[in-house]
Design a protein around this ligand. Structure first.
Ligand code: AMP
Length: 198
């Protein structure tokens, strides 16, 4: 892929049950700083979001937060970032995060994390972007989601190359190697004309 200047992380506004989630978020942030890749994320100071941002800042890296005004007012915004973009709506936030980034990585998280990541997977499927999308599968957190996505392929709701083009794994170095070699496999989603009423 082209030079990776900024990578978007989607992750929990909670830290999760197991200490390994926070540890891996810290390690991932440190690696971004070491590689001089800016972190783009949701701008919060809570949960894994805060941990990954703190780790990048502690490593001397750059962090760009994108937060909707209503969350700033709830005082969950991180005050110590390189840049903070305050936007009006959640949709604007997702668009801005996308515009600033050349790769998308989900660390463990909940509904918000999946909402953001699945939007990027959907846009890739439609050929709207050609950036790598990956799940950092700490302690097998995303194993069941991967199985559910395979079920979608098996039942012909997702084309196999769309899933094969998404990386799942726990090893941070392997993830960066995969992104460096990434070749988009854009396959237009088929339209099943037989399913359309005459
Ligand atoms: P969740 O996985 O449900 O905890 O949601 C986390 C994702 O949604 C992050 O990637 C954020 O972009 C967004 N988000 C949810 N809650 C917050 C919050 N309190 N502060 C900032 N961003 C949040």
């Amino acid at each position: 892929m082209n030079e990776l200047k900024a990578l978007c992380v989607y992750c929990g506004s909670s830290s999760g049950e197991r200490p390994e989630y926070a540890a891996q978020a810290r390690a991932f942030g440190a690696e971004l700083a070491r590689r001089d890749i800016a972190l783009v994320y949701g701008g919060g100071k809570v949960g894994l979001m805060g941990i990954v941002a703190d780790a990048v800042m502690a490593g001397g890296g750059r962090v760009i937060g994108v937060i909707p005004r209503h969350l700033v007012e709830k005082e969950v915004a991180h005050a110590g970032l390189t840049e903070m973009h305050v936007v009006e709506t959640m949709h604007e936030r997702k668009t801005r995060m996308y515009e600033l980034s050349q790769a998308f990585v989900a660390l463990p998280g909940g509904f918000g994390t999946l909402d953001e990541m699945f939007e990027m997977l959907t846009w890739a499927q439609l050929g709207l972007h050609t950036y790598p999308c990956a799940f950092l599968d700490v302690q097998g957190y995303y194993r069941r989601l991967r199985q559910a996505m395979q079920h979608m392929v098996d039942e012909a709701f997702v084309r196999s190359p769309q899933l094969e083009g998404v990386w799942f794994g726990e090893d941070i170095d392997a993830l960066f190697d995969w992104m460096a070699d990434y070749r988009p496999t854009y396959v237009p989603k088929w339209i099943d004309k037989s399913a359309v009423a005459p």
